[in-house]
Design a protein around this ligand. Structure first.
Ligand code: ZN
Ligand code: ZN
Length: 775
């Protein structure tokens, strides 16, 4: 930093002006997102001198110049900030006038500070798309990116973030790219993945295992023609491969289902643009913001019900709630320029239960016989990431699957989490590592059951530890002794290990998200989680802080006939509840759903319950939803997780205010509720009314319980967590009722409410206990 005297400047200028100096602190997510080059460009634009520097938690700037220039600089700082940055606060204060000869970027002395922040991948920006759409030049090319957009996390192999440490290292910049890269005034200044048609990666097309040569435009045209004819395409994306087909072609979607060898798990759909999408789905303002955000997540939307014009019914087993996204890679836009269809299915390229494919060789080996065309590129994917999923509820974006666009942005906590490694749960696993007060939650890993996913899990843990320079000193696991995550931790390294109860971790996760560190009322509703009495919990009313919890009440235990199988076969839960309420007489109730089940199967189930064979006890709220879904004939055997509860939710009518009776004593008993539902069924009451009444009942259960807890404990803060709160009607109804009664309600938004958020809670609990010297 070169200082010049104030006198010198005055001597050299014709018109003496008042030079002022301001010290500016920018707080928020401003590191690792091209913020300093941005500040540099801005300062130069407004003829300011001074410097910009990263510090531990923020960016510090010192600018000298004319007051009006400084004012404009401050306005632009906020309004034109890089997309992936998130400014929480700008604090500017005048200091002693100081004059510099230039504006400089000061490199931080403490390198460890610089390396902690990595930008997530950013959807291609409109300026780059303009470049791409102009034909006949080197930027008419599908891998164009700039300081504000393009791949980041998915290609980063190590830090500091520099091209040499990304999967772009093998591509040597051409002179034109080099010029843009080095020119401070260029949009592509220091854009590490910079590339053009001459020097960057390329797409390649394979049909039946054979490589078809051709330029980008030729490949795009062939692929779109193939899709128009009902073909299935495997296409390499940012964080992994996708399988794609025309979303309006029922036969093609069916074929895609067969290829994936699975179940009816919903497929995500990409629409060509927001205007087209609005013809098919009701999109509110917040949903539109999410859809168009640079993260470009999949947004769960209710499709308009139109008989013949909608997307293929087998995309989501006839449910009208569908995961929708908009184009985010140049190739998506280029494809839609050719395609006549308005939407394509874009689902993860893998076979059921395996992680999303990233390797070209594997893609060809596994999919050559199934896919009608395979489109690959030669830019390697280093960090596998799926598309993220969000749902807008109670006016806010709620992340349900946190991956591309959101990871590895840290969650800021108020605790010292340094060196803690939390292994997460079993299903929809994410793990979490602590550095300083930051919590780095991994991308969505998936269900830790298959070997492939477990390998991905172990690999990603090592990659995160290396990338963020964390040496673990404390490990945290779920209380469940049989979880693969628990066993992985036990075999990891010989380090102190903390076990955390599943639902306590759920509540702590939401507390950490909101920086709560006090006693709260926690309501954790999900399908399953190991309880400290050895039973399966999942409807827990806790009074807890980050250190400990007391379980105040829960849904009455009920046998789970067949264990895990009962979660996949909701009819088992219906029988279990009916048997509890009516005894063997329920068979005479002539319930129509029972006609679909062989009487021998029902009898066998009753014998299992009587003899307590493979009938663990559960209080899981998800299982009650399953039972009611089966009772209403909506779902006997689930073709994908939570199908029963989703079908039940889809029937709810907002204008119904009725509910069923229940009993709350030591525990919450639903005999009267089940009785009421059976009575309504026998009277021929419409299932939409029953579904609505049932949801209202659960909202009342929550309300009654927390009211009585507030009276007893004097606590007014209620924290809601667990997968059941992905249910929009339930979440919104609960929030409204609690707010009306002056509770302070805390819910998830940046961190998944499902088990994908558990690791953050584990981390927070371990940090608190370590702080209290309990571990
Ligand atoms: Zn761009
Ligand atoms: Zn180039």
């Amino acid at each position: 930093m070169v200082k010049a005297s104030i006198l010198q400047v005055f001597n050299h200028s014709f018109k003496p002006s008042v030079i002022k100096t301001q010290q500016i602190i920018v707080k928020g997510l401003v590191q690792g997102v091209g913020f300093r080059p941005f500040v540099y460009r801005l300062a130069t634009k407004f003829s300011l001198t001074g410097w910009v520097q990263n510090t531990n938690e923020n960016v510090r700037i010192l600018v000298s110049g004319e007051p009006s220039d400084i004012r404009h600089f401050l306005i632009s700082l906020k309004e034109e900030a890089p997309l992936a940055s998130m400014i929480e606060d700008i604090i500017a204060k005048e200091t002693e006038p100081e004059v510099f000869t230039a504006f400089t970027i000061i490199h931080s002395h403490d390198v460890s500070d610089e390396i902690t922040e990595i930008s997530p991948d950013i959807a291609v920006c409109s300026e780059c798309m303009e470049d791409i759409e102009k034909e006949g030049n080197r930027l008419h090319y599908a891998f164009v990116n700039c300081t504000h957009c393009g791949p980041r996390f998915t290609i980063i192999q190590d830090l500091p973030y520099d091209r040499a440490k990304t999967t772009m290292h093998s591509f040597i910049m051409c002179p034109d790219c080099r010029k843009e890269y080095e020119s401070i005034s260029d949009r592509r200044f220091h854009a590490q993945p910079i590339a053009c048609a001459r020097c960057g990666p390329h797409y390649e097309l394979f049909v039946k295992g054979e490589k078809i040569s051709g330029a980008m435009d030729v490949i795009v045209r062939r692929v779109s023609q193939c899709m128009e004819k009902g073909g299935i395409i495997l296409i390499k994306g940012l964080g992994g491969m996708h399988l794609a087909c025309d979303a309006f072609d029922e036969a093609a979607v069916g074929k895609l289902r067969d290829i994936k060898k699975r179940d009816g798990k919903p497929f995500a759909v990409m629409f060509r643009d927001i205007e087209t999408l609005k013809q098919y789905a009701a999109v509110n303002k917040t949903e539109e913001q999410s859809l168009l955000s640079w993260q470009r997540p999949i947004v769960l939307l209710a499709m308009k019900t139109c008989e013949d014009q909608g997307v293929a019914k087998n995309i989501n087993a006839g449910l009208n709630l569908i995961g929708i996204m908009l184009p985010y890679m140049p190739v998506h836009y280029l494809l839609f320029q050719q395609l006549k269809t308005h939407a394509i299915v874009l689902t993860s390229g893998n076979f059921s239960s395996e992680p999303i494919l990233i390797e070209n060789r594997e893609a060809i080996a596994q999919f050559s016989t199934y896919a009608d065309a395979i489109v690959l590129h030669n830019r390697d994917i280093f960090n596998r990431t799926d598309d993220s999923v969000v749902r807008v509820m109670a006016g806010k974006e709620r992340i349900l699957r946190r991956s591309r666009g959101y990871v590895p942005t840290p969650v800021r906590t108020t605790l010292n989490t340094d060196g803690i490694l939390a292994f997460g749960a079993e299903l929809t696993n994410c793990f979490c590592i602590g550095k300083g007060q930051k919590a780095f939650l991994s991308q969505h890993i998936g269900d830790l059951m298959g070997l492939e996913t477990t390998l991905f899990y172990e690999q990603t843990i090592s990659q995160f530890l290396k990338l963020f320079r964390v040496t673990p000193s404390l490990l945290v696991v779920d209380l469940h002794p049989e979880y693969i995550s628990t066993k992985t931790a036990q075999n990891f390294r010989d380090l102190p290990l903390v076990s955390v109860q599943h639902h306590h971790a759920h509540i702590a996760s939401c507390m950490a998200e909101h920086h709560l560190d006090e006693k709260v009322i926690g309501v954790a509703f999900d399908g399953t989680g190991y309880g400290d009495d050895g039973n399966i919990w999942g409807s827990e009313f806790l009074v807890c802080d980050l250190n400990d919890y007391t379980r105040i009440t829960h849904f009455e235990y009920i046998p789970l006939p067949g264990g895990d199988l009962a979660a996949e076969e909701p009819w088992r839960m219906a029988v279990s509840y009916l048997y509890k309420v009516f005894g063997k007489d329920f068979i005479n109730l002539k319930l129509s759903f029972l006609k679909e089940i062989e009487p021998e199967k029902t009898e066998l189930l009753i014998r299992m319950i009587d003899r307590k064979i493979n009938c663990p006890l559960t209080s899981g709220a998800g299982r009650l939803f399953d039972a009611v879904a089966a009772l209403l004939g909506l779902c006997q055997v689930a073709s994908f997780p939570a199908e029963g509860p989703m079908r039940l939710e889809s029937l709810v009518k907002k204008n119904c205010t009725e509910s069923y009776k229940f009993d709350a004593d030591q525990t919450i008993c639903f005999n009267a509720t089940i009785g009421g539902i059976v009575e309504d069924l026998s009277r021929g009451v419409d299932v939409t009314v029953i579904a609505s009444k049932f949801h209202n009942t659960i909202i009342s259960v929550i309300f009654d319980s927390v009211i009585s807890l507030r009276e007893k404990e004097g606590i007014n803060k209620v924290v809601l967590s667990g997968g059941v709160f992905q249910n929009k009607y339930l979440l919104e109804g609960t929030i409204t009722l609690l707010n009306e009664n002056h509770f302070e309600v805390y819910t998830h938004s940046a961190v998944p409410t499902n088990d994908g958020g558990i690791a953050l809670g584990q981390l927070a609990i371990a940090a608190k206990r370590r702080n209290l010297k309990c571990v």
